[in-house]
Design a protein around this ligand. Sequence first.
Ligand SMILES: Cc1cc2nc3c(=O)[nH]c(=O)nc-3n(C[C@H](O)[C@H](O)[C@H](O)COP(=O)(O)OP(=O)(O)OC[C@H]3O[C@@H](n4cnc5c(N)ncnc54)[C@H](O)[C@@H]3O)c2cc1C
Length: 431
Amino acid sequence: MPEKFDVIVVGAGPAGAACANVCAKNGLKVLLIERGEYPGSKNVMGGILYRKQTEDIVPEFWKEAPIERPVVEQRFWMLEKESMVSMGYKGKEWAQEPYNNFTVLRAQFDQWFAKKAVEQGALLINETVVLECIQEDGKVVGVRTDRPDGDIYADVVVLADGVNSLLAKSLGFHKEFKPDQVALCAMEVLNMPKGKINDRFGLEGNEGCSVEIFGDATQGQLGTAFLYTNKESINIGVGTTLSGMIRAKVKPYELLEYVKNHPMIRPYIHDGEPAEYLAHLIPEGGYYAIPKLTGNGVLVIGDAAQLVNAIHREGSNMAMASGKMAAEAIIQAKNKKDFSEAGLDSYRTSIFDSFIGKDLKKYKDLTHTFEANPQYLNEYIPLMNRAASQFFTIDGTPKREKQAKIMQSFTAGRGKFGVVKDMYQAWKVMK
Ligand SMILES: Cc1cc2nc3c(=O)[nH]c(=O)nc-3n(C[C@H](O)[C@H](O)[C@H](O)COP(=O)(O)OP(=O)(O)OC[C@H]3O[C@@H](n4cnc5c(N)ncnc54)[C@H](O)[C@@H]3O)c2cc1C
């Protein structure tokens, strides 16, 4: 009789490692399977890790986790070709416990995070690919791996295999994602001495800064670019919906080169020594793209379940929170000895009752609306830049006259009615 586990978790990213941790902590026999050489070896992230959901798995993790910097400043840049409008928030309270969020390098963080699951008793095997779920009588009962004699059995299989989730797809939980439901993102890690980073971003000691960049960075396509400060490196990246890239006939590395050479961005990164180049998909289909989350003997979590809030660049936190919710549902199911879809259904309701379901529902129409109305990026961001330039140019024109001219420039292109309609529509999808 082959060895049987209570739970097999496929994928040792933030979702899988969180789920394995909570299951093992509660006495379940857990196997965590990762195809990479080690957890994190294949994983890509801009680099912002959220305190709350990480702390829910490993209390006071910042005292020992390989974090880069606590983020004390969040900036937003609305970019034009040779200008930008910037805004943001900087607060010293974020430099102290309990902090807000952190920059991390995933190759290091994921290894540490998976080790915490192992310390709770989970068994981690690397360099092992799960090829398919084994099903008997309409129920998932285990996984087939690429190892010799690679069938392994469990009461529940948790799919935490990331954005493509071929395993959930093969179970019929979702179809092939459409190009407007995923973003393609390219990023680079640029090494730079700590002092230089601090001078350029106006930081002290180990404080970090995150910059989200909209507008010209994506050449008019729906997406964002980012700059995040690590201890001795900067992460720079850019992504747009796959449909946007196809439409603009632009390749991810071309867009990244454009961003790196942009006159508003170049001064922050020049002299940076390229250390790593990465590209990855992000599930951005939002609420409507969430697949079936539970089946008989199986649950889907993290990116595999499309749980990403692209507007707030939250993914790792939703991955961890969904991993924890899945673990709690499995523990309940074990107590009831019912691993059927109905027995595991509390996971689905937890997701939709939590910030994950509520936030994804709040923004459910946003991506589609912004993609269908390119004026938000192509017209209003340039207008904002020109308005700021005019308003802050001291040329003897009375301020009221300037204001009137600015208002005229906003209505000249789309008309008063068009502007009101655009603003109402934007408010409706963000409210
Ligand atoms: C460029 C970029 C920037 C991002 N920036 C941020 C950010 O700043 N903050 C944030 O919170 N989120 C960010 N995200 C999103 C975040 O990275 C994801 O939401 C998060 O990693 C999801 O975690 P996960 O565990 O579900 O999936 P993943 O991290 O993708 O992990 C899946 C794991 O499963 C393994 N696996 C896959 N298939 C198999 C198989 N068949 N057998 C065995 N193992 C398998 C993979 O090797 C991998 O380790 C970003 C994403 C990208 C691409």
